[in-house]
Design a binder for this molecule. Structure first.
Ligand code: F6P
Length: 345
């Protein structure tokens, strides 16, 4: 009998651990269930243009610790392309793909939810994003690695800030949610942490910065790229939109340093961590989580449990409707932010 064929794709911004998921899916799927796999290239562009590669066990050897994704990624949105969904359906049928495992964040999984609910395509989702802003899962893989990188950067910036007694502003990723800023800022002993969920008062930020100079330590301000001043808007470098309608963020760190210099008279510099947070090898935790997500995703396929996403709840991997994860973002609770605020200033 012909083996069942399963498709896999990775979409949206890449993050450490994607390869670990692919490896786990293929290893378990081939070894235990005798499936065949096809990897679609560059997120939704693959099934849209029928661009795929064969995924077998030799193809996934050695990729566990590798950052990025062997399948490539993109922010292609088939819902925005003429006849996009029809083309995806036809190409999956041409390839005789019976189920598709979609590894992605809010946008990529949003498309997966539509395909499952409105078009009856057999889809299983795996949550990924360094931002950790997907509901229904306690953590996404990639987040722990990003927090580790940001924390190490903050540790390093403390010593240079103190040598020159200047302010160092660290801009980290986090479009709608301040999880990376909050976790790395707390772990790195930042004096100010600014997140998208809470508009900040620049006067208050300057007061915290100034109070730090009364000690022999220099202030570190950690700001998420999506953080906004109370009386202003997102600080942007350019206004261009991706195919999911998102603007490119970054710029708030530079803006803050200028404001701090102007208002406090203290020298201030900015470090934008950018894609360093997304690149390179995954942490041990992310390898563990990504691998378990992969194992459970292929089990969901085997059970025919489609339209679901694997999720971490406590220490268990569970299945939830994909729509539950994409309907609303998981943002930082004001009470949690307040708890961390004891270290500001
Ligand atoms: O969605 C994850 C994320 O890391 C955001 O925090 C960030 O705004 C975005 O990706 C940047 O992605 P890119 O540079 O690939 O467009």
């Amino acid at each position: 009998m012909r083996a069942r064929k399963i498709g896999v794709l990775t979409g949206g911004g890449d993050c450490p651990g994607l390869n670990a998921v692919i490896r786990a899916i293929v290893r378990k799927g081939v070894q235990e269930y005798g499936y065949e796999f096809v990897g679609f290239r560059d997120g939704w562009r693959g099934p849209l243009e029928n661009d795929s590669v064969r995924l077998d066990i030799p193809a996934v050897r050695g990729i566990l610790p590798r950052g990025g994704t062997i399948l490539g990624s993109s922010r292609t949105n088939p819902l925005q392309v003429e006849n996009g969904i029809r083309r995806v359906k036809e190409n999956l049928a041409d390839e005789e793909v019976e189920a598709l495992i979609v590894i992605g964040g809010e946008d990529t999984l949003g498309v997966a939810a539509r395909l499952a609910d409105d078009y009856g395509i057999n889809v299983v989702g795996v949550p990924k994003t360094i931002d950790n802003d997907l509901s229904a899962t306690d953590y996404t893989f990639g987040f722990n690695t990003a927090v580790g990188i940001a924390t190490e950067a903050i540790d390093r910036l403390h010593t240079t800030a103190e040598s020159h007694m200047r302010v160092l502003v660290v801009e980290v990723m986090g479009r709608h949610a301040g999880w990376i800023a909050l976790h790395s800022g707390l772990a790195g002993g930042a004096n100010v942490i600014l997140i998208p969920e809470q508009r900040f008062d620049i006067e208050q930020v300057c007061a915290w910065v100034t109070s730090r100079f009364t000690s022999s330590y220099a202030p570190i301000v950690v700001v998420a790229e999506g953080a906004m001043p109370r009386d202003g808007d997102l600080v942007l470098k350019d206004e261009s939109l991706d195919s999911f309608g998102h603007v490119r963020l970054s710029g708030v760190g530079e803006w803050l340093a200028k404001q701090i210099e102007k208002r406090t008279g203290k020298e201030a510099r900015t470090t934008v961590l950018g894609h360093v947070q997304r690149g390179g090898t995954p942490s041990a935790f992310d390898r563990w989580l990504a691998t378990r997500f992969g194992l459970h995703a292929i089990e969901a396929v085997r059970d025919g449990d489609f339209g679901k996403m694997v999720a971490l709840q406590g220490t268990d991997i569970v299945r939830v409707p994909i729509a539950d994860a994409t309907a609303r973002l998981k943002t930082v609770d004001p009470a949690l932010y307040e708890e961390v605020g004891v270290f500001f200033g």
